[in-house]
Ligand binder design. Structure first.
Ligand code: ADP
Length: 559
């Protein structure tokens, strides 16, 4: 797809946004569904725990209901035909656990009272007055009233009376053939038996069918006052996760469930956070990858743009001196020269331009050999001052032609020798001088400014500085100008053609000498480039590796 030119600059950001937006939408959707899953998981877990409690209470109900129905369902004749002995025999035969007392009450005469079953002699006896007897009266009185009124009971149901929590009573109304209530049979429950046998058994049975591997449930039962009357393990310090009252008897007691180690909500939350964390990490890696790919693509695009500019600049750099050489050579050949002075001047032009060409070609060849890793250096003990003076001499003509005054400072002070490749250092200095000329010409209208070359010792270093009063370099560009093909593209520099190779070669050469190149510059005030070379020391290398390592080439020089 072709983008409009105005958008081309933003290609990478458009690409990045195209990846980022769907990614964010996906993440948001995933977050929402994870949050829902989190809630659902908690609810499902709670429902599971509730089911567990339901199973326990159902077991308890079943125990008491079947016991009561099995034992208390007496034939009406027991009451109507005074066959209490049969009832006693029935109670004895059936036998029942978890009961403190079995009793019956007839509603035949006004003076009929409850009779307690005595299991030791299997007979019914009238009880003495006691709180228990009062509870029995309270439980049976509605049925007595119904019987006295001659009322009928269509469906016989097991009744529970728990008004007095010390005497919990199960009561079974007995009806005759015409559905009239003729008496009741009942049992007073044994609380200790419930706590010590019925509950543990019901909990054990439910635990056996409950998948509790991840939470180790603690079951506890609290009485009406909140006192814990039963638990199957040490209670965790927090609240029960689910609670429920018993449904048939002991209805003022509640059974609760908590996990020993962690709550289902915490488990669900942990899973949720883990999933969100993983998604976020994945998204970060993805975004990082995309950014990296975009950065690489952007670098490649920049490099390719710089290479294109390089080709166009170099063609221009080659064409201009060649044209001058041809014109001046033609003048000389055709004898169009006004005297020997002019001939000398033309000769100087030809010499200068061919030197510039040589320097350009040398730079290109050097760059090629640096890039391919074939560049070698030959180090010799040299007097750096001689190399600098020699370079200035060959460069002098061009400087004079360009209208520059060159000042050499520090030439009189003797310097210690250094192990250098004299040709390479001369080339570095030429590149710096060439830049000083190029980027100063632009500034001075009359084309006359000083360029200072200073030579000094600074500790273990010999420092060669080229100081110009040219256009200067913006601060944020100072680190980049040592990169290959990089040219400051703002302001006046635009008008100067160049290859963008000069400083990268300087840096390579200086790096190979184990030195460093620095720049200090202020836009509009000028620049100072300094080459720092180590003075000769016994362990200096004779030759350097074929090429500096890649990172040395990429690394911007300290600015
Ligand atoms: P070029 O062939 O473009 O001069 P260089 O590698 O020598 O390539 O320089 C890189 C860039 O650094 C130049 O394009 C210019 O913008 C900037 N530069 C180098 N020397 C100077 C200087 N003395 N004054 C101002 N700018 C400079």
């Amino acid at each position: 797809m072709r983008l409009p030119p105005a958008l081309k600059r933003y290609t990478q950001w458009i690409g990045f946004t195209a990846v980022l937006i769907p990614l964010l939408v996906l993440l948001a959707l995933q977050y929402r569904s994870l949050a829902r899953l989190d809630q659902t998981a908690t609810l499902v877990h709670k429902a599971g725990l509730n089911n567990f409690l339901e199973a326990v209470t159902t077991d308890v109900d079943y125990f008491y209901r079947t016991n009561a129905e099995r034992v208390l369902d007496l034939p009406a004749a027991v009451f109507t035909q005074d066959q209490l002995a049969k009832a006693a025999f029935h109670f004895k035969k059936k036998g029942v656990e978890g009961v403190k007392r079995l009793f019956v009450e007839r509603f035949q005469n006004e003076d009929d009272h409850p009779l307690y079953f005595n299991p030791s002699c299997a007979t019914f006896q009238p009880p003495l007055w006691s709180p228990e007897l009062r509870a029995v009266y309270v439980a049976s009185s509605p049925w007595r009233i119904l019987a006295n009124k001659g009322g009928r009971l269509e469906r016989v149901r097991l009744m529970v009376e728990e008004k007095d929590p010390d005497y919990r009573i199960l009561l079974y109304p007995i009806t005759d053939d015409s559905s009239r209530v003729v008496g009741v049979a009942g049992m007073v429950l044994d609380e200790d038996y419930f706590r010590d046998h019925v509950l543990p058994e019901a909990v054990k049975q439910s635990l056996a069918t409950f998948d509790s591997s991840d939470m180790e449930p603690i079951v506890s039962v609290a009485d009406a006052k909140g006192r814990i009357v039963y638990t199957n393990g040490p209670l965790p310090g927090r609240r029960m996760e689910v609670q429920k009252p018993f449904s048939l008897v002991f209805t003022d007691w509640t059974i609760g469930l908590a996990s020993r180690h962690t709550t289902p909500a915490v488990v669900a939350r942990r899973n949720f956070l883990l999933n969100v964390g993983l998604s976020a990490a994945l998204a970060t890696v993805l975004v990082g990858g995309v950014l990296l790919a975009l950065r690489t693509a952007s670098r490649e695009m920049k490099l390719s743009r710089m290479k294109n500019e390089f080709v166009s600049n170099v063609s221009h750099e080659l064409r201009t001196p060649l044209a001058s050489i041809r014109v001046f050579a033609e003048f000389l050949r055709l004898g169009r020269v006004d005297g020997p002075e002019k001939a000398r001047e033309y000769g100087e032009y030809i010499e200068t331009e061919s030197r510039r060409l040589t320097q350009l070609v040398n730079n290109i060849l050097d760059f090629a050999s640096i890039e391919s890793g074939r560049k070698t250096y030959h180090f010799e003990r040299c007097d750096v001052r001689e190399v600098v003076c020699g370079t200035l001499k060959t460069f002098g003509v061009r400087l004079r032609q360009s209208g520059f005054d060159i000042v050499l400072q520090g030439a009189e002070t003797p310097l210690p020798p250094a192990r250098i490749d004299a040709g390479a250092i001369a080339q570095s200095l030429s590149n710096l001088l060439d830049n000083a000329v190029k980027y100063s010409n632009l500034k001075s209208a009359n084309g006359k400014t000083d360029i200072t070359v200073s030579l000094r010792r600074d500790g273990d270093w010999i420092v060669i500085s080229v100081i110009d009063q040219g256009i200067g370099i913006p601060r944020d560009e100072q680190r980049k100008i040592f990169d290959r093909f990089h040219r400051v593209s703002t302001g006046l520099v635009h008008d100067v053609k160049g290859s963008g190779l000069g400083l990268s070669i300087v840096r390579h050469i200086v790096d190979a000498h184990r030195g460093r190149v620095t720049v200090e510059s202020r836009p509009g005030e000028g620049s100072t480039f300094s080459i720092h070379l180590p003075i000769d020391s016994p362990n200096a290398p004779d030759t350097q590796p074929l090429a500096a390592p890649a990172e040395a080439r990429e690394r911007p020089s300290e600015a």
